[in-house]
Design a protein around this ligand. Structure first.
Ligand SMILES: O=P(O)(O)OC[C@H]1O[C@H](OP(=O)(O)OP(=O)(O)O)[C@H](O)[C@@H]1O
Ligand code: HPA
Ligand SMILES: [Mg+2]
Length: 167
């Protein structure tokens, strides 16, 4: 958590992520591209891959591609760049394509992704206020000063009991 000073932490377990990604799929059913269905899911690597797997399973979308955006040069935030594009013959201008990421924070990643596929539908599991305008569908909003910790970045560990903690 060395990027920004965040006031709060929101810790997401695998179980919670599974439920929230399923809730996202549930929402997307009603906002989908109608009878033709989604043509493909594009996951934004790497955080979008686990949610994209769950969403594509729930919506029975078998075609899944990836896009990779690099936003940081070591610790310095730089102009985000697409370093791995999806198959452009497949995704075209994004019509019928569902883009999935774990969260939107500032929205800079999604700005770049949207520029590549302007007609795609963008979905994230979590959203912070600054990035919300970049997202079409999301499940849970957290405040801008909250850092979201994902299960792949955490481990179970021992916690001292309250009793005797000050000894
Ligand atoms: O809205 P933004 O401010 O652009 O931030 C959101 C992006 O940042 C994180 O990815 P990161 O670039 O850390 O890479 P990762 O998915 O490989 O962890 C997160 O998974 C989003 O993709
Ligand atoms: O709150 C966050 N959690 C994890 N990764 C992130 N990348 C940007 N914001 C976040
Ligand atoms: Mg990411």
């Amino acid at each position: 958590m060395d990027r920004l000073p965040h006031e709060k932490g929101f810790h997401v377990s695998w179980d919670q992520l599974h439920r929230d990604a399923r809730a996202l799929a549930w929402r997307l059913q009603d906002t989908g591209p109608g009878e033709t269905g989604w043509r493909a899911v594009v996951a934004i690597t790497r955080g979008g891959m686990a949610p994209a797997m769950i969403v594509s399973r729930e919506l029975d979308i078998r075609t899944v591609d990836t896009i990779s955006v690099k936003s940081y040069n070591h610790q310095t935030q730089a102009e985000p760049q697409v370093i791995k594009a999806p198959d452009m013959d497949l995704v075209g201008d994004g019509t019928g394509v569902l883009i999935v990421d774990d969260l939107v924070d500032t929205g800079r990643t999604l700005e770049v992704v949207r520029a590549a596929m302007p007609r795609a539908h963008v979905a994230t599991v979590y959203a912070k206020p600054q990035g919300k305008p970049q997202v079409d569908t999301f499940v849970t909003e957290v405040s801008q000063d909250t850092w979201i910790f994902f299960p792949w970045d955490m481990a179970l560990q021992y916690v001292k009991p309250y009793h005797g903690a000050d000894d």
